[in-house]
Design a protein around this ligand. Structure first.
Ligand code: ZN
Length: 391
């Protein structure tokens, strides 16, 4: 009766608990099984005859916050043909020193953005074992969605400075992580995907990196190319900031202190500022004609982004470029030139409203994984952890 309780607590099928030993930092369950008919792996006949026993120490899920070991009295059968073989157990894979459920729990723990060392300590296994379990996971590229977005991030893999991330921007899920962003690598990667699948991709979102667009044209010929909103808006943010910084550096020291908080004031949407802040901002802008123009262009561009009618966006965007091109501020003339070069792709961002936005969120998660997996420079493991923790 008592042993039945223990059996229930242990929750392993067909096992008899003979003894439980509590130690300082661990618990041992001494277990055995009843002999049952087993098929001989050699001749296929059935046998129930025990030949002998071996004791095996098996790691199991932590029990009452202590390390847990199963001391299994492992039976060896003997067949009439002379073959000796070990009993099989549902909770134990062959040749393993740990229970199946312990392995499953490790796989689950690996979904969190924690270090392998952390998981290892928690479940009383070595980091090497955790790595081996991680290596059993195998994520492959799913069927391509109708919208595909590509971006890169600074990884810590041994394959290159930048890794690529492929995302379904509509369903907001990571499709794959690629070891580097070189064109030759990406070409051979995309070439592997069946043509039929590639030709069904309708939207391809990327930043303003020509090789991405060239790839899209070659491998996704039916896709509209969309320049990611975050990436093209960033051009304006950067230009505005360069102007602000330059101004600050040429300013007399006595005035500089007023410009300390200039960054947030100038970058914020003017309409969202409180009256007091608006005044501060106005004051700042009176100081420099260039900053005033730049600020105006920024506000105007944000308005274009917010506009809901595509036809208006298109018209305004054209006008914006013409204005910025001849504004006399080098930084903004450059932005205008960039926008003219990527005109269609940026307009497509307005038209279809698809952005790399979700990728940014994933990038943050990747950063955490990166930080928690220092020392693990193996790209495949890095990739598996990212895919595993975001599925
Ligand atoms: Zn046999």
């Amino acid at each position: 009766m008592q042993s039945n309780y223990i059996k229930k607590i242990l929750n392993l099928e067909d096992v008899i608990v003979k003894k439980v030993i509590h130690k300082d930092s661990s618990v041992e369950f001494h277990i055995e099984t009843k002999a049952t008919e087993h098929i001989c792996p050699c001749c296929g006949l059935s046998t129930k005859r025990t030949h002998d026993y071996r004791y095996q120490r098996i790691k199991d899920l932590p029990f009452q916050l202590k390390h847990c070991y199963l001391i299994l009295k492992k039976r060896r059968y003997i067949c009439s043909c002379g073959k000796r073989f070990y009993e099989e157990y549902s909770f134990l894979s062959r040749y393993q020193q740990r229970t199946r459920r312990l392995s499953f729990s490790v796989i689950n723990e690996l979904r969190d953005t924690v270090s392998l060392k952390h998981v290892a300590t928690k479940v009383n296994l070595s980091t090497t074992t955790i790595c081996r379990l991680l290596d059993t996971l195998n994520y492959t590229l799913p069927t391509l969605p109708k919208a595909l977005s590509i971006d890169e991030f600074k990884g810590n893999a041994n394959t290159g400075k930048y890794q690529c991330i492929l995302v379904d921007p509509v369903k907001k899920r990571i499709l794959d992580i690629l070891p580097d962003r070189t064109q030759s690598h990406l070409s051979s990667y995309f070439r592997e995907i069946p043509k039929k699948e590639r030709y069904q991709v309708q939207f391809f979102v990327s930043d303003m990196w020509q090789p991405y667009v060239d790839l899209a044209r070659a491998y996704f010929p039916n896709a509209e190319i969309i320049i990611d909103k975050y990436h093209f808006i960033r051009q304006i943010t950067w230009a505005l900031d360069r102007i602000r910084k330059h101004l600050q550096s040429t300013m007399p020291v006595s005035l500089r202190k007023y410009y300390k908080r200039s960054r947030s004031l100038i970058h914020a949407r003017y309409s969202s500022l409180k009256d007091e802040k608006k005044k501060e901002c106005d004051l700042m802008l009176t100081y420099s004609e260039d900053l005033r123009k730049a600020h105006y262009l920024k506000e105007w561009f944000y308005d274009i982004c917010k506009e809901t009618k595509y036809s208006i966006q298109r018209q305004e965007f054209k006008e914006w470029i013409s204005n910025a091109e001849s504004c006399g501020i080098k930084d903004f003339e450059e932005v205008a030139a960039t926008y003219r070069r990527w005109f269609k792709g940026i307009l497509n961002a307005f038209k279809y409203g698809i952005t790399n936005g979700p990728t940014e969120g994933f990038n943050n998660k990747i950063k955490v994984i990166k930080r928690s997996s220092y020392g693990i420079r193996n790209f495949n493991r890095f990739r598996t952890r990212i895919l595993h923790s975001t599925m």
